[in-house]
Design a protein around this ligand. Structure first.
Ligand code: NZQ
Ligand code: ZN
Length: 387
């Protein structure tokens, strides 16, 4: 096991009625940039509550609204402009991962003189950022408790993540009741995303740490147990609460331990979003079982056996390969039948026309050094398996 530093500066308020603490958290600031999406927070009444708390805290408020799912660099630029011109000293992101990610890039962009895209195109470091407070409304990405922001540049067809210590939210409000209005589709996609974050870490080429493997199996079982309940009854507090806390812990660094972060399905999926704008969790759901099939071999089978036995309770007495194949089948059933997500590229409007370009983009011209190394040709094969 490798050595590591674990340092998460995010203060979490979890549960019902915690939002009232927003007033005390805001009081030390003067000007807030409120960042939100396409209107779900207005429909649910959350916007009015937040504005009331901001007023009670005595802050001047500026707004950036209309952050799109898979936020675009142009929206980041709009936010940076407001933040700089108005002298904003805190950002309040209210929404799902897209809103929080966009807020992170704005927070970094507001502190530099160059264009925010250079955080990626020139690999410019994020040395400081405006403080971010997040109010999470969708359990999925874990952006509420991680240091990553993912942004798309439609001109260059690139979707990229930037990780930096200053990008951790300073405070995050996790009230499961705020996810009651999330529809079936987004609940399913969010659950697939949480599951994928754990799978990307669980299937690792590093030596495993039993303690963390067991935690990961627990998080995966949590999603398998509670996502169907949330789909059946969107206002089930226990289900929404379990999914929300699973979302944060799937990606806040804890389960990574000393493992080298080497994800495979995410880089493949980011290409799908960049080219076709599909929902992140949906792309992962289509890709993950195919990626697993591609990786399964005598060398990798042990990990699939642990996954199958400990997450899907598959009979231990079967042969290793039988367990592994059954595990992939049970995951597929969960994603496509229980969650109801589409199972092929064709069903979501993706053809074979960009496979070569997407494979090149995912491999970044080299290869993905993941659970199993993936070169451009391997990635093309996995994409073709999804057609
Ligand atoms: O825009 P609004 O009107 O708010 O509607 C959103 C949006 O249409 C809606 N929604 C959110 N909360 C709702 C709600 N509708 C009803 N009730 C609520 N309470 O859901 C739709 C999708 O929202 P979005 O924020 O796009 O979803 P998600 O949280 O899945 O975020 C996806 C983005 O995060 C990135 C993805 O690539 C994608 O761009 N990721 C970020 C990561 C990170 N920061 O660490 C890691 C992930 O792997 C991922 O890449
Ligand atoms: Zn993800």
């Amino acid at each position: 096991m490798n050595s590591f530093i674990y340092d998460i500066p995010t203060k979490v308020y979890f549960g019902k009625n915690q939002l009232e603490n927003l007033v005390s958290e805001l009081k030390t600031y003067k000007k807030v940039l409120l960042v939100y999406g396409g209107g779900s927070i207005k429909k649910s009444g959350l916007y009015d509550r937040v504005i009331k708390f901001i007023n009670n805290a005595g802050l001047e408020v500026f707004e950036l609204f209309g952050v799109e799912p898979n936020p675009e660099i142009g929206t980041v630029r709009r936010g940076v402009k407001i933040a700089k011109e108005k002298g904003v000293d805190v950002i309040l992101a209210v929404g799902g991962g897209s809103v929080i990610d966009c807020a992170k890039w704005i927070a970094g962009g507001a502190k530099v003189e160059f264009d925010a895209w250079e955080f990626y195109s020139k690999n410019a470091p994020v040395l400081s950022a405006l403080p971010i407070i997040s109010i999470l409304t969708l359990s999925a990405t874990g952006s509420e408790m991680d240091s990553c922001g993912v942004v798309t540049n439609p001109e260059t067809k690139e979707k990229v993540g930037k990780l930096a210590q200053p990008l951790y939210p300073k405070v995050s409000f996790l009230d499961p009741t705020l996810t009651y209005t999330v529809d079936r589709y987004q609940t399913a996609c969010g659950s697939a995303d949480i599951l994928s974050h754990v799978i990307e870490t669980y299937f690792s080429k590093d030596d495993d740490l039993f303690m963390l493997d067991t935690v990961m199996e627990g998080i995966m079982k949590t999603v398998v147990k509670y996502a169907p309940i949330a789909l059946e009854n969107p206002c089930d507090y226990e289900a929404r609460a379990n999914l929300m806390w699973a979302s944060s812990w799937a990606i806040n660094g804890f389960i990574l331990g000393g493992k080298v972060k080497a994800w495979s399905c995410h880089p493949l999926e980011h290409q799908l979003t960049a080219y076709y704008g599909i929902t992140h969790g949906l792309g992962l759901a289509i890709l993950t079982p195919r990626w697993m099939k591609y990786c399964l071999s005598d060398k990798t089978v042990d990990k699939f056996v642990s996954f199958g036995v400990n997450v899907f309770d598959i009979d231990k007495s079967l042969s290793e390969m039988e367990i592994a194949n059954k595990a992939i089948e049970m995951l597929s059933n969960f994603l496509y039948k229980t969650l109801g997500l589409s199972d092929t590229f064709e069903k979501v409007g993706i053809g074979s026309e960009n496979i070569s370009a997407m494979a090149l983009g995912a491999s970044k011209g080299r290869f993905i050094d993941g659970f199993v190394p993936l070169y451009k040709e391997d990635i093309e094969t996995i994409y073709k398996m999804c057609l």
